[in-house]
Design a protein around this ligand. Sequence first.
Ligand SMILES: [Zn+2]
Length: 1099
Amino acid sequence: MSVKQEDLLRDMQKCFNLIKAEENTRESFIQRERDDSIDIRCTEFPDSQEEIRKIVRAGWLEKTPPKGGKIYKRRWVQLDSEYLRYFQNTKEMYSKRMVSLECVDKVVSVGDLRFELHSQSRTFLFRADNTQERNDWVCCLEKVLSDRRHSLGPRNLFFKHGTVCISFEGYMEMMSPRTIVYALIGRDRLYLFRNREEYLLGVGITDIDMRTASVKDRENKRSFTLTTPYRTFSFLVNSESEKTVWSESLNECVSRSLSCDGVCESVWRVAANRICADCRAPKPEWASINLCVLLCEKCAGVHRSLGQSVSKVRSLKLDERVWTEDLIRVFLLLGNAKANQFWGANVPPSENLCMNASNEERLQHINAKYQHGKYRKYHTLFGQQEALNKALCSAVQSADLLETLSLLHCGADVNCQTGVPEFPTPLTLAKHSGQTTQVELLMQNLKTVSSGSVVKDVFIQSQCGYLFKTASSARPITDHKSKADFSQRWCSVGDGVFSYYKNEQSNTRCGGMKTSEIICLAVNSPGKHGYEHTFELYSEEGRVYLFGADDVSIVRNWIRAFAMAVLPPALFDVCGTCDRLGRLRCAEGSHGIGWFCLSGFRLHVLLEETVQTIDLRKLLTLTLSNSAGSMVLLWRGGPLHLLADRRPHLVGWQTCIQQKSGAGDQSLYQQQLTEVGVPVTIERCLDHVTRCGLLSSGIYRKSGTNSHITRLLERFQSDARSVTWSESDYSVDDVANTLKRFLREVKDGVFNGQQNSESWLKAAGLEDASERLKTYQILLSNLPDVNRETLRVLIHHLLCVQHLSDENHMTIRNLGIVLGPTLFQTDGTDTKPSQVVEELIQNYCSVFNVSESDIQRQLKMISVILNKHKSQRTMNRTPSSTICGVYLQEIKEGAEVLIQVGVDMTAVKLVSMVLELKGIQQTDEEFWSCYEILESEEMERTLHHQEKVLPLYFSIGTHCHLLIKKNQYVTSIMRYLEHKENVSKCGLLRVCEVKSERSRSFCNRHCELSGTTFRLHRELQGSQCEKEWPVKELRVYNGYRSKLHSPTLWGLTLVHDSQQWYLCCENEDELIEWTATFFSIQHNGDIYPPLLVKQPQCS
Ligand SMILES: [Zn+2]
């Protein structure tokens, strides 16, 4: 007989025996069910049964004594909508009996205390402590029974829902207590019956929830175990092949049971997991997978801030792939209740965290709890490294996860030597022992900085895990890489080294580098390559490495870990979410190195010891040298020179910086900005209109030349900073319309999108005016900074325009009609946009919170603005007419008079206009002149009465003003010149040539002013002329710089091109004589208006 035949025979024999046994039990069925059920004791007890089954009623009842006995047995009885179960006691997880309510026909009261359940085959008798309790049970049972819906057709007496999915069933031998059971694998449970007959009759022993179970092989070829949190079941089957079928079917059941619920539903099945482990907030959707606690969103945020090395935070809902069956099981077995037995064993009531705690309190508590292990239950072996390690090796081979957690976080070394050559680490030991949950727990804690370890530097960042990688390249990666180009690698960074391996188990490195050799990390935009999220590493040698993964949180963690590993600590605060980081050669840093971190529009630069933050949108200039590859960023902090570097990372830096420095085709906030945060395009246009167009009739209403507008706008869009133009290129209407077109076309508009625009228009419809304004203010405060500031600048400008509406004819109403649809980007059929703009101009002060007097002053200062612009740009052509600011009597705030000045306006006309405007009568004794005042009134020049004001006005700088005041020398000068036939003068003067600010050496020179020439001689007459100038080319000022410390107060300053000479007179009379002579010669004797000249004669 062959071995196979022998086996077969034995199997047949066994089968025969089983059938016989089944028939025997059937024989023994009696009318009344006796309590001789199997007792399946738990080694661990559940926290509460209520959360597992929806129990309708539970209580102590007495059960019929076993066959031949007389004593009733007290049993804990539970009723739910499907089964009546009874247990040895309240704590047991596995029932002695479960009776399906499907098989119960009726419930009958017997006597005062008892009741019976009647099924087809038998009755179950129970006795309550009193009649009331009995009646309550009967009532409850009747209600549950009445809720049943019997379907027609063949009925399953055990399962409520008729048809059930049974994947496998058969007899097995249970080892403890030793008995034959009929087992049946359902959807997510294993049901045990005494035999098949009882299954068919609807009466079982117990059911085992497979969501927390795991199946393990045993040494014996025919046996296997089923481990649950509460006890371990061992089963013996007839053959090895049968065992294979059973374990496969049971494993399938485990997977099925876990996958039919979401991760949340699975882990929340344990009550303690339904509240945050730290603050007790309900429904925690996050978990720290190494600390084994479930967390609310707020606490998870704090955990995340501790860093990956302390707490690995994952979402139950978002990070689905992390949640393997084993990890879910760890959370069911440990979960918040047990993990807190360790982590929170010693929390004093005063330091308890409540769900309304502030972020500060939360951080403090969580930091103390996990980073420092302040409240943990110290392991008895704490401090004894060797003993801890040994205990760990032993624990990982058992089912005791809490012990492992406690050891790991009390100082046991997760990578300690086990002393077993085949299984050198605790991890390999756990794997060998088949403790899959232990394996999972160890894996999650492999790189954790243990709170028991000495080093607690929060900056130590390490990270490991799988990433996908392409082959490295010597050039920037420009082409799209598909998923096929990537291969999976186990990567780790920490302790100054980045390495990658073929897989987690592999000990041989595929490659890597020192983190000090990483010169740049660049984050790609999502979807650039086959993997959604990718980043590039650039090595010092000039190689480019591309890594990626689909999960954004994984990639973010890596970027953070690399930032910590690559950048100096001074930049840690700013490198949270960055697009690019690394080091670059630059002219400014010490050793020619600067550290950079680009985050959105902000470039954080570490030079020497200081971190500076440059808003790239506000750069003053950005200069790229294509051939050399260098780059100069000029910002208000000065220039920054990035030096050429042949390695591939520089190109990316240049592109990035250029992109982030503002783009003309984007929203307002993405444009190139001025220092106050207004788009450069808008500021340049407003400047130009303010300077040249405030008096232009129909400004903003008149159209410009379309081709000009298009060209100018294109230039602004390509690089607003670099746009300059002369007034002959574009008319003021071209510029005004360029501004309008920009505002009409800019993405999202000034009011930041359709939806917000509608809110403004809705506000315009409010009846009550004050409510309208209040709503405008609220809407204004809701705008992004750039939009709000842009709107303020625009409305301020329009206020200035309407202020001069007598000249330009643009009243508030006209401006509203023209600019309303432009700002709201509408077609003009609706009148509300115009209304909003009108009301904003009218109520500029209250809406933008500006004081009225400030505005009045600002309106007066328009001329000063004009002056400033003049000094900054050279004009090719003066405008035909503009507004000038002229001071009256003295130069001080409030003494300025605004006046329209045409091209032909003379000084004398200007004086009479200003005096008329101010209501000042010129008397015979007074003569008013216009002066050019230089350098804080230290020097002044009297304008000739026929001198044209406008060209002068546009040629003077910002330190120069026009002043109209009484001319104190007019009578003296006229008297001196009155009787002179040939005006000339000679004399000794102390002269100083200004070569530098400090030169103050005055020398005696013989000066000669005759004809049309001014000469200097070293010696008295006859000697050779040292210096000479044509008088008409000189500008002659009274006074000189006080810094010169001149010998007397009376002097003249001569300006010729860039040369300046000072002439010091002995007294005031001498000064008047020289001044009169210069003035007379320069103007051919025509020194004062004719009317005035006569006056002294008349007097
Ligand atoms: Zn919480």
